[in-house]
Ligand binder design. Structure first.
Ligand code: ADP
Ligand code: MG
Length: 238
């Protein structure tokens, strides 16, 4: 569970070839970070994997099966949105339970899953609060909780920490890394922040204008950047 393979995936918006052609393998349990400058196609690539955009060409294999034309909800993947995507009028409990309610899960089962997720995320004492009564980091954890309860094959994060202040960002970075160690679920994480990429990733995918410049571990990219772009972005100067 949790492998994602892209085969010659492309995306065109009108005249703009935003993703010319990408081949990429994400293994089960890996923490993969897409990094690159603003506008290079990170979000588009993640949205293609999630099924929030249709590919213009190519194939997306999920757990060895062709998922290219599946609806987002049938892909077994969970997109974690930024904390502002919480429902302000609902308690933390209801926010986390929401996707399960939508799936018509029996209430007793929902209660158990919400309690389990709250425990993992240290939210047990906050379940009856409203989002506005939480700190930024707690809100972000609620957003993650909403993904966890669905027990996805992979989590997809699009710059989840960009709304948080610097201190909180460091904290949440560690929390998400810990969560990955605990759950051992595949995570695909988009950021333009080199530090996040270097400290969180098993594998970094460096994107530039919709193309992959290099794929490797943080150490590999740091020690042997393939070109000046990668070097400038994360590596030591070549
Ligand atoms: P990133 O997340 O790396 O900042 P995006 O994937 O959001 O980059 O965008 C990549 C390029 O695709 C940008 O030039 C952007 O303007 C364009 N783009 C993204 N979504 C759309 C869309 N729905 N329609 C037209 N162009 C888009
Ligand atoms: Mg983006």
């Amino acid at each position: 569970m949790g492998s994602i393979v892209l085969k010659q995936v492309s995306k065109v918006f009108g005249e703009a070839k935003v993703i010319p052609s990408i081949d990429l393998e994400i293994d089960n349990g890996e923490f993969v970070v897409f990094v690159g400058p603003s506008g290079c196609g990170k979000s588009t690539l993640l949205r293609l994997i999630a099924g929030l955009e249709d590919v213009s060409g190519g194939q997306i294999m999920i757990d060895g099966k062709d998922g290219t034309n599946l609806k987002p909800s049938d892909r077994g993947l969970a997109m974690v949105f930024q904390s502002y995507a919480l429902y302000p009028h609902m308690s933390v409990r209801k926010n986390i339970a929401f996707p399960l309610k939508m799936a018509n899960m029996p209430q007793a089962e929902i209660d158990k899953k919400v309690a389990d997720a709250a425990r993992v995320l240290n939210l047990t004492d906050y379940l009856e609060r409203k989002p506005r009564q939480l700190s930024g980091g707690q809100r972000q954890r609620v957003a993650i909780g909403r993904a966890i309860v669905r027990q996805p094959a992979a989590f997809l994060f699009d710059e989840p920490l960009s709304n948080l202040d610097a201190a909180l960002r460091v904290n949440m970075r560690l929390e998400i890394s810990e969560l990955h160690q605990q759950l051992k679920t595949t995570m695909v994480y988009v950021t333009h922040d080199q530090v996040e990429a270097m400290t969180m990733a098993d594998k970094i995918v460096v994107l530039n204008r919709g193309n992959i410049e290099q794929v490797g571990s943080p150490l590999e990219l740091y020690r042997s950047p393939r070109n000046l772009f990668v070097a400038g972005f994360i590596g030591s100067p070549k």
